[in-house]
Ligand binder design. Structure first.
Ligand SMILES: NC(=O)c1ccc[n+]([C@@H]2O[C@H](COP(=O)([O-])OP(=O)(O)OC[C@H]3O[C@@H](n4cnc5c(N)ncnc54)[C@H](O)[C@@H]3O)[C@@H](O)[C@H]2O)c1
Length: 287
């Protein structure tokens, strides 16, 4: 099988690389710095170690999966990939520039460029390339090895053949459930989820009923049987990512519901991004 490229080895890129490698693919991951690449490798190794501990993977299989993944800082290493899934930071300028560079780097004319963006229009990413009919959204969920959903998002230019190719990969190779979404900020899941997360921040911000973060979360876990509370979930997603998604949704629809609460903005400005930085609504041990 030809290799798959992944851009970024943060929360999502590392998970996407892992599921492709577990499905037997060779995976070439691109990162910006050696330090970020090392963190990405460590993240994948820890996730595989957890899978071994919980009996979902044998030790020798885990080693084989790791062997299939290369994380580096040279974009041209991805030249032979037939599919690249971009999972870099949610920043429109950064992603459009990456798509322009990838389009120039990939040697296979039929190579598909997919983005894991949560909210940036696929149309804008497609227009940055000379192959908009081969650009598509492939939106995974965190943690990628655990959650079975992929939203496939065609732009107005994406060809049916491209949509079919990524659906086959997601369903048949990775064993994921695919739903198709329109190229609108938030797609399906975040259009429903993000206003709920923002409402939880507003409840906390307003001091409503003297609620602490733990009270707000317990309300939804114990009262509504959610597996995790909204503030805990925001910390898991990354508060910078939540703000980036809500900004895109607000820009698109101008709904007050989608405007980011000041508390969330201040936390992101302060670098309190949730689990990935060790502090968000809660504090975490980073090791
Ligand atoms: N966090 C979630 O729950 C979630 C869920 C679905 C989709 N997404 C989307 O996935 C993407 C990545 O999110 P994340 O949570 O993994 O973020 P993250 O901050 O954990 O990781 C982003 C990674 O991208 C790397 N990066 C930045 N610029 C790069 C470049 N030019 N080339 C290569 N790598 C680069 C960074 O070094 C970092 O390792 C975003 O588009 C986000 O909206 C996130």
């Amino acid at each position: 099988m030809t290799p798959v490229g992944v851009i970024g080895s943060g929360l999502m890129g590392s998970g996407i690389a892992e599921v492709f490698a577990r499905a037997g693919r060779r995976v070439l991951v691109h990162e910006v710095t050696e330090d970020a690449a090392r963190r990405g490798r460590d993240r994948i190794a820890s996730s595989l170690a957890r899978a071994v501990c919980s009996g979902k993977l044998e030790q020798d299989q885990s080693a084989q999966v790791l062997d299939r993944i290369t994380v580096g800082t040279d974009l041209t290493a991805l030249a032979e990939a037939e599919l690249v899934v971009e999972a870099a930071t949610e920043d429109e300028g950064l992603k459009t520039e990456l798509f322009r560079q990838l389009d120039a780097t990939l040697v296979r004319e039929d190579a598909v460029l997919a983005s894991n963006t949560s909210s940036i229009p696929i149309m804008k990413l497609g227009k940055a390339t000379q192959r908009p009919e081969q650009v598509v959204g492939m939106h995974f969920f965190n943690p990628v090895p655990v959650l079975p959903l992929v939203e496939v998002v065609p732009s107005l230019f994406t060809s049916p053949a491209t949509v079919q190719r990524v659906e086959v990969v997601a369903q048949d190779e990775l064993g994921k459930t695919v739903i198709r979404a329109q190229d609108r900020a938030g797609f399906i899941v975040n259009a429903l989820l993000v206003p709920y997360l923002l409402s939880a921040v507003r409840v906390l911000e307003s001091g409503y009923a003297y609620a602490s973060a733990a009270d707000v979360d317990a309300g939804m876990v114990r009262g509504c049987a959610h597996p995790m509370g909204p503030l805990q979930l925001s910390d898991l997603i990354g508060l910078d990512t939540v703000v980036a998604i809500t900004n895109s949704m607000y820009e698109e629809f101008k709904e007050p519901l989608y405007s980011p609460p000041p508390m969330l903005l201040r936390m992101v400005e302060g670098g309190l991004l949730g689990r990935k930085t060790g502090r968000g609504f809660y504090e975490y041990d980073r090791h």
